[in-house]
Design a protein around this ligand. Structure first.
Ligand code: G1P
Length: 318
């Protein structure tokens, strides 16, 4: 069955980004000229996913407004002859269907995904964390000093590869992974690999998954990287998963139960030029913002010059 549906959990409080996220959902923070979530949506659309289910909460109604058409504003721009601005709003009318599911209580990522069960129904679906952009981020000589991360087509490469692996295997789930340094394993879901994986292969078989292990307990340095593709059977597992790490219902634990029952779960590693732009904390948000601002087709060049000057001035002072 072709993969058409994506579930995007966006109900979290964004506490690590306070006070910035007091009234602005972290998924609507700007990355270059667009909110984070618009980049994520464009990545998914470019991968062919046109049914998009946001799992949101009451306090985040601005998310629904961003992805709905505002005909009054469009009319105003049209009559003022502001074609460019009008064009910048065309994403809201793009040929996708947006669904909204409410997560009433913050009980974790697994619970958020479970909230989309009725809308997803009986079809495979991608889970895309709404605070992370994925994809091809070639910089420097490889692409003439231009950063390609702004282009959804480039950023869709990972999701497309996951879909291909899913369609050409009998996998129950396919998960994306990036390698992280040992001191960071306690921030992620970490893979236990079955033997046989050769570096460079498109996918590896998973023997298990552990959510945010200690350095000593980490079975590898492959960290779950914000994209999962699952058959609908995962809902059964989520429904009976008790609270785990941090007292939350973890998607990782449901996937582990699926593996324990003989389910086939594959890992798709990020390729060299691919990376994950995270917006979960200030350090990674700043890094993502800078990288995307520098890639802006209109203001990237002047931003690069400014940054160069600031860095040179800074060097002189120190
Ligand atoms: C979640 C998942 C974790 C995964 C991470 C990044 O954690 O629970 O397994 O590695 O996203 O994709 P969070 O960042 O929400 O704490």
């Amino acid at each position: 069955m072709a993969v058409k549906m994506a579930v995007i959990p966006v109900a979290g409080h964004g506490t690590r980004l306070l006070p910035l996220t007091k009234s602005i959902p972290k998924e609507l923070l700007p990355l270059g000229g667009k909110p984070v979530l618009q980049h994520v949506v464009e990545e998914l659309q470019a991968a062919g996913l046109r049914e998009l289910t946001m799992v949101t909460s009451k306090s985040k109604d601005a998310i629904g407004r961003h992805f709905s058409r505002d005909t009054a504003l469009e009319e105003q721009l049209r009559s003022a002859g502001k074609e460019k601005e009008l064009e910048s709003l065309s994403f809201a009318g793009a040929d996708s269907v947006f669904h909204y599911a409410e997560q009433k209580h913050q009980k974790g990522l697994g619970h958020a995904v479970l909230c989309a069960r009725e809308i997803v129904g009986d079809q495979p679906f991608m889970i895309a964390l709404g605070d992370a952009l994925m994809g091809d981020a070639m910089t420097g000589d490889e692409c003439n000093g231009k950063i390609s991360a702004l282009h959804a087509e480039n950023r869709a490469s990972l999701c497309k590869r996951m879909i291909r692996v899913f369609e050409h295997s009998d996998a129950d789930a396919v998960i994306s992974f990036q390698q992280v340094s040992l001191e960071k394993v306690n921030r992620y879901g970490i893979a236990r690999l079955l033997p046989g994986y050769v570096d460079g292969d498109d996918a590896f078989d998973l023997a298990g998954l552990v959510e945010k292990p200690t350095v000593e307990a980490a079975p590898s340095q492959y960290a779950v990287a914000a994209r999962y593709l699952c058959k609908p059977a995962i809902f059964e597992y989520l429904a009976r998963t008790p609270p785990g790490h941090g007292g939350e219902i973890q998607l990782t634990d449901a996937l582990q139960s699926l593996i324990d029952d003989g389910g086939k779960v594959l890992g798709v590693p990020l390729r060299n030029a691919e990376k994950r732009y995270d917006v979960g904390n200030f350090e990674s948000y700043y890094a993502a913002f800078i990288e995307l601002a520098l890639a802006d087709p209109e203001y990237g060049e002047s931003s690069r010059q400014l940054m160069g000057k600031l860095l040179r001035d800074n060097d002189k002072e120190s």
